[in-house]
Design a protein around this ligand. Structure first.
Ligand code: ISE
Length: 334
């Protein structure tokens, strides 16, 4: 049986997911591309051979010829569209964040719990990147001993929109690190301190976050959305006996004029292409089997990252360490 997938949101990520569905998901077909902008929806649908295009997300979710949904619309719509999918009994891969409000995440969790099973896979695709799976493996098999620290660098070429702020660096970009730190270390975060160096110009300054875990590890996170030179995401996990550091992923190096050069990607799509593919394939398997993907992020993970982000924003505003207060993990998500 072929799984008919609808994509909601035909922007950068929606287009990317649509392409993965067509090219890398045998067993799935691109049924509908939906976007508020009719022309954009039609363009993506036609270029990838989708059966239909639409501007009405809720109608698409309810369609009988749609089996599963990928939500890649603006952040503020993720929670309500995911809830609509759960109510329609349809599996959904929702781009991160589930919501920037932890209260709204709790609301989605309640909807899923009432439905009686998990429907929502959250798009924290880095869990499918080998950098982090190998770090986690090194901890699990004892290679580097007990974890002490995890250092994370997250640099973008430039801010995505002109109204982007340091607060948005914490609520929009840093959740990737919040999720991966929790995933690799296998611990919850207990406090966060946010700092911001001063830039000499009007460009959005980086934020530097120090996160403590409930098992005594420390994670440092640099989010620099205006790094200028390239998309550069790196990490190093430090254990009591050794460390695991990510390697530069460039395939080649150009040697010329007494110097050696490698190139950077301009954004995350090529750096994480394989991770997105693996994540979307895991989603299809989820739809086919009903088994939640082993590596996947669920709504609890979405809730935790939202709480950490909220505490991070508070810390940046107050200039002091803020504790991260989570509800007890519901049985449903254990
Ligand atoms: C951006 O917010 C994202 O969502 C991307 O997935 C990430 O890789 C990028 O660096 C972020 O700034």
């Amino acid at each position: 049986m072929v799984t008919r997938i609808a994509i909601i949101g035909a922007g950068v990520m929606g287009k990317d997911h649509a392409k993965i569905v067509v090219e890398d998901l045998p067993g799935a077909t691109l049924q509908v591309v939906c976007d508020l902008d009719a022309e954009r929806a039609r363009l993506v649908a036609d270029s990838l051979g989708a059966a239909d295009a639409s501007t009405d997300a809720l109608a698409v979710i309810g369609r009988r010829d749609v089996d599963a949904v990928i939500v890649a619309s603006p952040d503020s719509t993720h929670a309500s569209l995911s809830k609509a999918c759960v109510s329609a009994g349809k599996y959904v891969l929702c781009e991160k964040p589930l919501s920037q409000s932890s209260a709204e995440c709790l609301d989605v969790m309640e909807t899923e719990k009432t439905a009686g099973r998990k429907f929502i896979l959250l798009g924290f695709m880095r869990r499918y990147d080998r950098t982090y799976t190998e770090m986690r493996m090194a901890l699990n098999n004892g290679t580097i001993g007990r974890a002490l620290m995890m250092h994370n660098f997250h640099r973008n070429v430039a801010i995505p929109t002109s109204d982007f702020t340091s607060m948005m660096a914490i609520t929009n970009s840093a959740p990737h690190e919040f999720d991966i730190v929790r995933y690799v270390l296998g611990s919850e975060c207990s406090s966060i301190s946010a700092f911001r160096p001063r830039r000499s110009d009007a460009v959005v300054a980086p934020v530097f976050l120090v996160v403590e875990t409930d098992t005594g590890q420390i994670a440092t996170i640099e989010i620099n959305n205006s790094a200028g030179y390239g998309y550069d995401v790196r990490a190093e996990l430090v254990g009591e006996k050794g460390s695991v550091a990510s390697n530069d992923l460039a395939y080649t190096r150009t040697n010329l004029n007494l110097s050696s050069r490698t190139r950077y990607d301009s954004d995350w799509r090529s750096r994480y292409a394989e991770a997105y593919r693996c994540q979307d394939q895991a989603f299809l398997k989820f739809v086919e089997t009903g088994q939640f993907p082993e590596l996947g992020s669920n709504c609890w993970d979405g809730y935790c990252t939202a709480v950490i982000a909220e505490a991070g924003v508070k810390s940046l505003k107050a200039g002091q360490k803020v504790s991260i207060e989570l509800i007890a993990r519901p049985e449903f998500y254990s």
